[in-house]
Write a protein that binds this ligand. Structure first.
Ligand code: PLP
Ligand code: COI
Length: 371
């Protein structure tokens, strides 16, 4: 199909982030080898975008050769994790054009996260221009196989050399780009470990912000998940240790035998996923009941045992839509449905990725052209 126009009716401009080309980019052969089945987030392109906050304003915007960051060992981010980040993808369409999925939503979430961490806001236009400039510079790194794309990782960090526990007065903004395929998969289906005793977030904490510390807190339970043969950890709420919240890096959806869907409501301790929001919109558009509500772990256990829950899937930028095959913890090990990807997860994954890769109409105007 022909590419529909982006909401702005044009390719986003990267002009605000001028390019200093990498004098020694990867050769065509090296790039092709690096892009052949890359491990998620282990391969980086030739350039990065960056800007600096100093004197109360953003400056020094540009796209520059990928290089280690000059960092004072006393930089506040290294001590107190004053940092926020985003994750989004650039998709190559059949006609060669390159598009982002709802980048304005990532820009706004970065601002919300920044506010919680007392970091100065990056204007939405700077966020969008930095993505366009980087993707235009590294367009050759955007894969063209189905399911592969360029993962963009924008982040803001406190660079001021200071051991005072107070907001810094200088910050860096950086965007890296990585060609990626699937984040998690397993020939036997993806199993999930329910963490008992460790929680990811608490009321009034930083759970709704996309900030490094939340992920640091998830490393030990994530390791326990791996030790128990699971790909990801599922966290319960910290207050009552009863309600499911989200996985270490993705949101959770349940499908019931009556065709309805439920997902934990956004309580302030859960990251408001853009994939979650988009899937809810698509499912409601096709007339399905989607409930955002409290979900007790005991309801899931009994629902899996009785067959009332027929599917569970994870969703997020990295995970896209990943059907789950087993739910495990210290005291249970339950198959989910028949352990095979279910029709709702399979259908919604196709709908979403068809929009992202330009194979279907984009009824909500989500796609924005980067190059
Ligand atoms: N929850 C957590 C903790 C995440 O890290 C992510 C990934 O960004 C998500 C949920 C899903 O969010 P999104 O769909 O915006 O990628
Ligand atoms: C993303 O999906 O963008 C994330 O940040 C999650 C992480 C597990 C890679």
């Amino acid at each position: 199909m022909t590419a529909p126009a982006s909401p702005a009716g044009r390719t986003l401009s990267g002009e605000a982030f001028p390019l200093t080309p990498n004098p020694a980019p990867a050769s065509d052969a090296d790039r092709a080898a690096l892009m052949d089945k890359p491990v998620f987030g282990k391969v980086f392109t030739d350039h990065m975008a960056r800007a600096t906050w100093t004197g109360g304003a953003w400056s020094d915007r540009g796209v520059v050769p990928l290089a280690p960051l000059p960092m004072h060992p006393g930089a506040a981010v290294l001590h107190y994790a004053q940092q926020v980040f985003e994750g989004l993808k650039a998709y190559r369409w059949e006609d060669g054009s390159i598009w982002a999925f709802r980048p304005d939503a990532n820009a706004e979430r970065l601002q919300d996260s920044a506010e919680r961490l007392a970091i100065p806001w990056l204007p939405v236009d700077d966020f969008l221009a930095s993505l366009a400039a980087l993707v235009q510079a590294d367009a050759a790194w955007v894969p063209d196989e189905d399911g592969s794309c360029l993962y963009l990782r924008p982040y803001l960090m406190a660079t001021e050399p200071s051991l005072l526990v107070q907001p810094a007065d200088t910050y860096g903004y950086v965007v890296t780009a990585s060609p990626v395929g699937a984040y998690m998969s397993s020939p036997d289906g993806v199993a999930i470990w329910v963490s008992r005793g460790y929680h990811r977030a608490n009321a009034g904490g930083t759970g709704a912000a996309k900030t490094a510390g939340n992920y640091a807190a998830s490393m030990l339970p994530q390791q326990q998940a791996k030790d128990n043969g699971c790909s990801q950890v599922l966290f319960l709420d910290a207050r009552e240790d009863r309600f499911v919240e989200e996985l270490g890096g993705m949101n959770l959806m349940l499908v019931f035998s009556d065709g309805s869907i439920a997902t934990p409501r956004l309580t302030g301790t859960i990251l408001p996923g853009i994939t979650r929001d988009s899937i809810i919109a698509l499912l409601r558009e096709e007339g399905r009941a989607v409930r955002e509500r409290d979900i007790e772990l005991s309801e899931i256990v009994s629902g899996l045992e009785s067959g009332a829950i027929t599917e569970m899937f994870a969703c997020g930028t990295a995970a896209v839509v990943t059907p789950l095959a087993r739910l495990k913890s210290d005291d249970f090990d339950l198959p989910i449905g028949d352990g095979q990807p279910g029709p709702v997860a399979t259908g919604i994954k196709k709908q979403l990725t068809d929009i992202q890769y330009g194979r279907a109409e984009d009824p909500f105007g989500w796609m924005v052209r980067l190059a």
